[in-house]
Design a binder for this molecule. Sequence first.
Ligand code: DMJ
Length: 674
Amino acid sequence: MYSGAAAAAAGSPRRDFISVTLGPEEAAGIGGYNNSKAWRRRSCWRKWKQLSRLQRSVILFLFAFLAVSGVISFTGMGETWKSITNKSLDDQRTEQEIPRLKLANPAVLPAPQKADANHGDYPEFSLQKPPKQPHVRRGPSNLQIKAPRRDMRLKTQHDTMRAVEELVEADKVEKTEKSIISWRGAVIEPDQSTEPPSSKIMELEKPSSVETEDQKEPVPINERQLAVIEAFRHAWKGYKDFAWGHDELKPLSKSYSEWFGLGLTLIDALDTMWILGLKEEFEEARKWIANDLVFDKNVDVNLFESTIRILGGLLSTYHLSGDSLFLEKAKDIGNRLMPAFRTPSKIPYSDVNIGRGTAHPPRWTSDSTVAEVTSIQLEFRELSRLTGDEKFRKAVDEVMKHVHILSGKNDGLVPMFINTNSGQFTHLGVYTLGARADSYYEYLLKQWIQGGKKENELLEDYMRAIEGVKKHLLQRSEPKKLTFVGELAHGHFSAKMDHLVCFLPGTLALGAHNGLAADHMKLAETLIETCYQMYAQAETGLSPEIVHFNLHAQKGHKDVEIKPADRHNLLRPETVESLFYMYRFTGDKKYQDWGWEILQNFNRYTRVPTGGYTSINNVQNPSNPEPRDKMESFFLGETLKYMFLLFSDDIDLINLDKYVFNTEAHPLPIWVPS
Ligand code: DMJ
């Protein structure tokens, strides 16, 4: 190191280097150690003064440089810190949401205790807002996929803006939620499959968790589905304007009718709104359920109808939405229906007073209808699984076991009535797949599927019954040779077929899809053609309630004959339901086209301009179909839902390997999905 003094003495101060002059004491280490503050300050100052201007400038520059670098790196650390902090906040938020997310699992059973913890805590649609909850998808399924946004784009500008915003938000969500498996709006962590209500029950019923296929891109909604949404909105408008909170809309008189006084249409339509992605409508209806739906009423309800529409509707909406409100209401109505089973035979009465807790048969008989007592099982079994309370399941299983061994069947075909005292079939000798027996057959298969295909007695009864149908009830009409399902009355065949029987092709196809005889599918294909012809051969293109088929060719006669008393159409779902199954399992577009024709004819002949659709009295008179002034709840609960699903190419939109529809089109989870 050079001394400044030496450099000065040399007369050529070097300006290109820095020297620091040490005092003699320091240099020699002489004088002992003096580290007083004053000394240090003085000494530093002296030394600073001794530096050249250049040296000072360089030092200052260096300090400034270090200071700036320090500030920059501090800021960077701050960001890092901030993001760490945020992440941990996010983690906390996620943990807090876990109970909800579990509940939102649609395909499996939410643990009841979780549901209770969430009681009254509605999974707000705001949770769908990605900026707040970027990893969470909630709400009506289609609100979170692209298709409904496309739908909105076709509508008002306001809607368009909303659609675009939602699309952007949804894209953000999709990019950030890789670790979450979701099913069209509902969310679950892969390892958060629902816990059992009780371990005992879960042994039977543990469903598989949501599968990875659920992660795939949602399929866009198409024009036909949009038409269904439009139809639903139109129907809903009528209900909202003139019948809000009542059972059924009377669209022409702009009023309503009551059956049970329980908002039947509203409840029946809940899961349809969810599936169609009608967020606002769903929210409104949900509010009504929360604030106005009261079961503690001195009113007689029909056990079957309230089970399939109300209990079924609440359970499926609970599964789709994850909202515990619906489970609470389901438990409430389920408990109130239980007195129906207090009969000498354990075959339930048809009617229950849900306020008083009393039950009774119809006034004129102590019989119940076979279809009614054997088509409440999917719902009560599911309620047991969700609540952990086995009384529901025991009651309905007992009915099935009893009917399984009961005499009076004809090759698996059951009579239409059963006595609540003796437990025996009555009115023996009449066999139909129509009214009063229909859903007995449907629920044999569907219970077997619901329970994971283990309950062999159900399968046996189903297979035997289909053989019975083939042996006793199938015939072919003239001139088109349509295969149809007639009736048998005391050994006499009648070529009469209810529209209700058109559930059968769908059920047969579902059985074949689940591994049952391939010839069931063949039969399904021929029968759905017949059901379609029941529409096509009527002047309005809408099926009557009942048809008679011509067994012999007659000039100028079609296959389908319609009697004056039977020519009404109640907006029933069965044919559309079967078209849906057929399309799902075959991919044959003709089924969609047939459904499309039917929807157009509903629009042509049953749509009421001021809102709603009406059943009609005469499907043979296009110029005056004679509106009946009633919109049945199943038009929203079933017909439009199956239409929407029929037009969809998304097999995960209610995947039939994960869900089984009850007889009112409310999807319930299969306990062990295939
Ligand atoms: C609905 O309530 C159900 O589908 C039931 O199984 C039969 N009747 C109506 C629809 O037609």
